[in-house]
Design a protein around this ligand. Structure first.
Ligand code: F0G
Length: 461
């Protein structure tokens, strides 16, 4: 064998257009942070150096997608781009009907309104902020039925997004199937660290739900990333294409909500898709009230075209290998430096374990919020709290929800940053880790009513 040398591997694209980055001084960052109430959502993007707030709508589109924008058919009704998108959704996701929406939460709003009655219970593999809020606004209560390993940042279970079938059966048993409009399944699970669900588990969820006449609704926002993990690490799927796996994932469910701003490599867009004709009928009627006509759902024709092209680019395995490979590269760098992160590294982000990073702070002192602020101060890198602030308050008692996971998310926009940016990131986190003992907590001085993490303000204790 001659092939003993390590051969490096690189991104499957080259850069045609650049956007300059600027780093403001430490004094300016301290000022910007104070003005933003120690909330990274309230920083101005111009004051950020490397923006890892989210992978949502922050992707770089390809030359084909930009060309697609020029093919926008901006008709109010029956745009050509809608039919292109519908064909691609049918081909790759397999659902019969498509209802476009301006983004994911638009789809969540519609499906929650159509399916949930006051007093209903919706079990799911960990909550997502907007998904749960729409379920609650429709009168439902979300119940977490994810496996215990998902709440343990050190468990190396390969499918931490799996549903605990015992917990699901117990929810059905105690509330009765009539109170459960659907099981809410996410692939991958954002709040658990971008962790995938296995096909074997989803098949079992489908079987259990069907037995009781309960629907399964998939959050397909990052389902292509999930398909990649299944191909790579679920036995028996190694030789299948990602496209084939995605189709099977979706076929285990009755409908999906989609934020196209993630997997589909665009800056705006989403959809609801389903097989059931009656459900489609109702959703198509409601979309007109809240989003726009059923052939544009709040989007421009050009946006739908970019989504349709994005579907084909995102399902490409070389793309996904680069995408997830970049996240794993940073993960390995941080692990090598002894930084506490959620393992295994998930699809879209690295999650710093703020409890372990700042063990001297109590959860009421908002350790993840502070850590995100501190990373910005150190290096101009923007991340996001995913802990007690994101978890909000209990709907009945009004008390803080105390999630087990107190995390800071470093989220990777697709096709945007290079490996050199990744190196700067790792060095910056290590720098904050070195001075962690001197970092204090925060107090919340302003709290909005809904999704408080977006707009809450803090001051140092
Ligand atoms: N579902 C998941 C799993 C998500 O991650 C998001 C958005 C949504 C639904 C809602 O979609 O933003 O298009 O309305 N997540 C973003 C994030 C905001 O940063 O994780 P949307």
């Amino acid at each position: 064998m001659t092939d003993t040398k390590k051969r490096s591997w690189a991104e499957p694209f080259k850069i045609k257009m650049v956007e300059p980055l600027r780093m403001i001084s430490r004094e300016q960052r301290a000022k910007a942070l104070a003005e933003a109430g120690y909330n990274t959502f309230l920083l101005r993007s111009d004051d950020v150096y490397i923006d890892l707030l989210t992978d949502s709508g922050t992707n770089a589109m390809s030359d084909r997608q930009w060309a697609g924008l020029m093919l926008g058919d901006e008709a109010y009704a029956g745009s050509r781009n809608f039919y292109n998108l519908e064909a691609k959704v049918r081909q790759y996701y397999g659902y019969k009907h498509l209802v476009p929406t301006h983004q994911g939460r638009g789809a969540e709003h519609l499906i929650s309104r159509v399916l949930i009655k006051p007093g209903d219970v919706i079990p799911g593999n960990m909550y997502f902020t907007t998904t749960r809020l729409h379920q609650e606004l429709a009168g439902g209560t979300f119940v977490d039925v994810i496996i215990d390993e998902a709440h343990d940042t050190t468990s190396t279970h390969p499918f931490k997004g799996d549903v605990d079938l015992g917990k699901l059966a117990a929810v059905i048993e105690s509330h009765g199937a009539v109170k459960i409009p659907y099981v809410s399944v996410a692939a991958t699970v954002n709040m658990a660290g971008g962790q995938p669900i296995s096909l074997a588990n989803l098949r079992q969820v489908r079987d259990l739900a069907r037995k009781h006449g309960i629907k399964v609704v998939l959050d397909a926002t990052r389902a292509m990333e999930n398909a990649y993990f299944i191909k790579r690490q679920e036995k028996g799927n190694e030789r299948r294409t990602m496209a084939d796996i995605l189709l099977e994932l979706c076929s285990c469910t009755d409908a999906c909500t989609m934020s196209a701003k993630k997997d589909l490599l665009v800056n705006i867009g989403g959809f609801l898709a389903m097989n059931d004709d009656a459900l489609f009928e109702e959703a198509r009627n409601l979309v007109v009230v809240f989003e726009g006509l059923h052939t544009y759902g709040g989007l421009a024709g050009r946006d739908m075209e970019a989504m349709a092209i994005g579907i084909e680019e995102a399902i490409d395995e070389e793309h996904m290998k680069a995408r997830i490979g970049q996240v794993e590269y940073v993960g390995q760098g941080l692990l090598d430096a002894g930084i506490p992160i959620v393992v295994p590294v998930g699809g879209h982000a690295i999650f710093l374990d703020a409890r372990k990073f700042l063990p001297h702070l109590t959860q009421d002192e908002f350790p993840a919020q502070r850590l995100a602020a501190e990373l910005y101060l150190e290096s101009g890198i923007r991340s996001m709290e995913r802990g007690i602030v994101s978890a909000g308050r209990n709907k009945e008692t009004g008390k803080h929800n105390y999630p087990k996971l107190e995390l800071v998310r470093l989220t990777f926009p697709r096709r945007v940053y290079t490996q050199a940016h990744c190196d700067v990131l790792v060095e910056s986190v290590v720098e904050v880790f070195r001075r962690r003992e001197k970092i204090g907590g925060l107090k919340m001085v302003y709290e909005p009513k809904y999704l408080r993490f977006f707009q809450a303000r803090f001051e140092p204790l």
